[in-house]
Design a protein around this ligand. Structure first.
Ligand code: F6P
Length: 358
């Protein structure tokens, strides 16, 4: 009998349920009645607290098109994992104990960057781990793409498309804030797909004067509207030169206003234009996974089952050059996949006149 645990950790996104379904269905297909799947609730929290249950085969039917995660999820910062809190719980010890209590042969973990640091830690501690890469941010090292990204891209692009209507009718400037704190993939792709005029990503610090120059030049050409797509984690040239401490202090002064509002205010001060802000927020992570994500999640999930069959542990399933491949967890953990400066999407965007505010 193979006993396999499964948990989803970190922010939810589209594609988690199809991936869970892919893992489970392929395991049942491989091992028949000789497999038991333990669903662990709310991410690492459930593994620490011992909240899990055996899931019947039927639990994995009818979830392909569902957003979110049937297992529940939570954010459990990696930094806190090795620290014994006020409750006196040694989290790593507790996770190992529950893994042993379930008698697991392998634990499948679906998550993003933080999740992978803890997954690697558990692997080093001797647990058999296989992981799947999820995040709308697409910023996980070791895979060309994560599930969630393309579904969120559909939503973010639709938001920009819809803003164009009012922007053109009223001749207004719209600032739209797209998710992505550390990496600008989602905003870069949504900005290009939605025809944004200015795209601001964390990897390219912006100069507000360059932004207003673009707006002024468009005005001279008779284009009274502009769409500015700003990633959540975009930062100004001045901010990029600050130490971490200075940066935190500067942002704390303005903590009620996210970057979209700050950029809009700066534009308003320097131009005569009417500026509006739209923050789609968690709508980007919500709803049904796109067809692409359903396929990707199914491929990733079934590959995880194959690794388990071959007892190949300590790997994340990733996509490299259109191949679904195992990537050692030690190579993935703690690394961020930022947008590189030679990204062809940036080059294409620049060559059609899109500004990156620099
Ligand atoms: O990591 C995915 C993500 O949606 C980021 O784009 C965003 O910065 C963050 O999660 C928001 O986190 P939370 O849902 O915890 O507010």
């Amino acid at each position: 009998m193979r006993k396999i645990g499964i948990l989803t950790s970190g922010g939810d996104c589209q594609g988690l349920n199809p991936a869970i379904r892919g893992v489970a269905k392929a395991l049942f297909d491989t091992f028949g009645k000789d497999v038991k799947i333990y669903g662990i609730k709310d991410g690492y929290k459930g593994l620490i607290d011992g909240e899990y249950e055996v899931m019947e085969k039927s639990a994995f039917s009818g979830i392909l098109t569902m957003g979110g995660t049937i297992l529940g999820t939570s954010r459990q910062p990696y930094k806190q994992m090795k620290i014994v809190g006020d409750d006196g719980v040694d989290k790593v010890k507790a996770m190992k104990k529950n893994y042993e209590q379930m008698g697991l042969d392998c634990l499948v973990i679906l998550g993003g960057n933080g999740t992978h640091k803890t997954a690697n830690l558990l692997s080093i501690e001797g647990l058999n781990i296989v992981t799947l890469p999820k995040t709308i941010d697409n910023d996980l090292w070791g895979t060309d793409v994560t599930f969630g990204f393309y579904s969120a891209l559909d939503v973010a692009t639709d938001v920009i498309d819809r803003l164009h209507t009012t922007a053109t009718s009223h001749g207004r400037i719209f600032v739209v804030e797209i998710m992505g704190h550390k990496a600008g993939w989602l905003n870069l792709y949504a900005g290009v797909a939605g025809g944004a005029d200015i795209i601001l990503i964390p990897e390219i610090p912006y100069d507000i004067d360059k932004i207003t120059d673009v707006i002024d030049n468009r005005t001279k050409e008779g284009k009274l509207f502009s769409i500015v797509a700003v990633a959540e984690g975009a930062l100004s040239l001045e901010e990029s030169k600050m130490s971490k401490k200075e940066f935190k202090a500067a942002r704390a002064e303005n903590s009620y206003f996210s970057i979209g509002y700050r950029v809009a205010e700066e534009i308003s001060k320097k131009t005569w234009h009417d500026v509006r802000v739209t923050v789609p927020g968690h709508i980007q992570r919500g709803g049904s996974p796109s067809p692409y994500d359903r396929v990707l999640s199914t491929m990733f999930g079934t590959k995880a089952a194959e690794l388990i069959k071959n007892e190949k542990y300590g790997y994340m399933v990733g996509m490299k050059n259109n191949d679904v491949v195992p990537v050692p967890l030690s190579e993935v953990a703690g690394k961020l996949k930022s947008v590189p400066m030679d990204c062809p999407v940036i080059a294409s965007a620049r060559s059609i006149g899109v500004s990156f505010g620099n």
